[in-house]
Design a protein around this ligand. Structure first.
Ligand SMILES: C[S@@+](CC[C@H](N)C(=O)[O-])C[C@H]1O[C@@H](n2cnc3c(N)ncnc32)[C@H](O)[C@@H]1O
Length: 339
């Protein structure tokens, strides 16, 4: 953590110097930018396509044998009936080296303005009862896009995670995150487990996924790069066995079931119900829950949740402020279920 903050300070300072210099140079119609920065966006701190930790570029390559190994192990698994994340749709789409950039894991740019980020940050900060913005930080690593807002490096990863952790704390009770055992299904590169464990070192988290490159990136990010010993990255074919040894306080599913098939969701729900996981948070872009068929058509899946005994106890917009929910960065809806 200390090292992260030092790195961030160094990076903020050098970016601040560059921003200050740019302000001066602009008066003379000149500018000084790192190649990786977006010149039209004032306040962009990081878009770190030129800064990778040592060894990362060699490790994060699409022909790494671990990806093939995971691919073979997942091939006939019932949860790997994929749609949005099928091999042919993903092909060439994600540069593994910059997995925290504007990718399918977390859209960050897509025309979203700095103003939208500021609005979202203000609302998230005003709802941050846990004071997480002072406890977690954005270092702009692996391509993450960060804006400088009130002296803080702000990214979508940070805003979303702070909102989600505050929401979980509200739903599970004060102090619940201190030693929570969280299961993240479709965890991507491990965004939420990372933020949870950064803020609550006494917590534990398991991150699982049905897409080989996602498990690969998550293993790299949480275990190898961050060295988080209280995070378990669970490959799909080891999931059922792992579940036997755990008692999870909550399962979260953030923009993942709505990006896969009903068959797959059916398998995950069966697992959760069999092990009596009592609570599920699902985050989705819309107020109605649906999965995606192979042809990408929508199939409602709330009846499936009901069939496994999960009933809805909450539904609310990601942003408490209607303007932010309309114009902020990547609005969504929180769906909370219990059995
Ligand atoms: C939009 S990303 C979200 C990642 C992460 N939850 C986050 O919010 O940062 C969607 C995730 O769903 C995962 N996914 C796709 N199909 C899945 C399936 N059948 N079962 C579980 N996860 C799946 C992808 O691998 C990816 O990690």
């Amino acid at each position: 953590m200390g090292t992260d903050i030092d790195k961030l300070r160094g990076r903020l300072t050098s970016n601040q110097i560059r921003l200050d210099l740019n302000r001066v140079l602009k008066r003379f119609d000149l500018g000084l930018y790192r190649q990786s920065e977006v010149e039209t966006k004032q306040g962009v701190l990081a878009r770190g396509r030129d800064e990778l930790p040592e060894g990362a570029a060699e490790r994060l390559r699409p022909d790494h044998p671990r990806i093939a190994e995971l691919g073979a192990a997942y091939a006939d698994h019932p949860a790997s009936d994929l749609s949005v994340w099928s091999d042919h749709r993903l092909k060439g789409q994600i540069d593994l080296r910059y997995f925290r950039g504007d990718t399918q894991y977390l859209y960050q740019d897509r025309g979203t303005s700095e103003l939208a980020y500021r609005l979202s940050y203000d609302v998230a900060r005003s709802n941050d009862s846990l004071g997480l913005f002072d406890r977690v930080n954005e270092d702009g690593s692996f391509g993450a896009i960060a804006f400088e807002i009130d002296g803080v490096a702000v990214s979508r990863d940070l805003i979303d995670s702070v909102l989600e952790l505050n929401y979980l704390s509200e739903m599970l009770g004060a102090g619940s995150l201190d030693d929570i055992n969280l299961l993240d299904i479709g965890a991507g590169y491990g965004r939420l487990p990372h933020r949870l464990l950064q803020a609550f070192p006494g917590a534990t988290a398991s991150a699982t996924d049905a897409v080989p490159i996602s498990t690969f990136l998550c293993e790299y990010f949480l275990s190898e790069h961050l060295g988080l010993s209280n995070a378990s990255v669970v490959p799909l074919h080891k999931f059922s066995e792992h579940l036997e040894s755990q008692s999870f306080d909550v399962a979260v599913n953030i923009h993942s079931w709505p990006e896969t098939t009903t068959n797959s969701v059916n398998w995950w729900l069966q697992q959760l119900a069999d092990h009596d996981v009592k609570r599920i948070l699902i985050i989705h872009g819309s107020e109605t829950l649906f999965t995606r068929s192979h042809q990408l058509s929508e199939e409602p899946f709330e009846p499936l949740l009901e069939r496994f005994g999960y009933r809805r106890v909450d539904l609310r917009p990601k942003y408490s402020d209607p303007l932010a929910q309309r114009l902020g960065a990547f609005p969504a809806f929180y769906h909370f279920f219990e059995r």
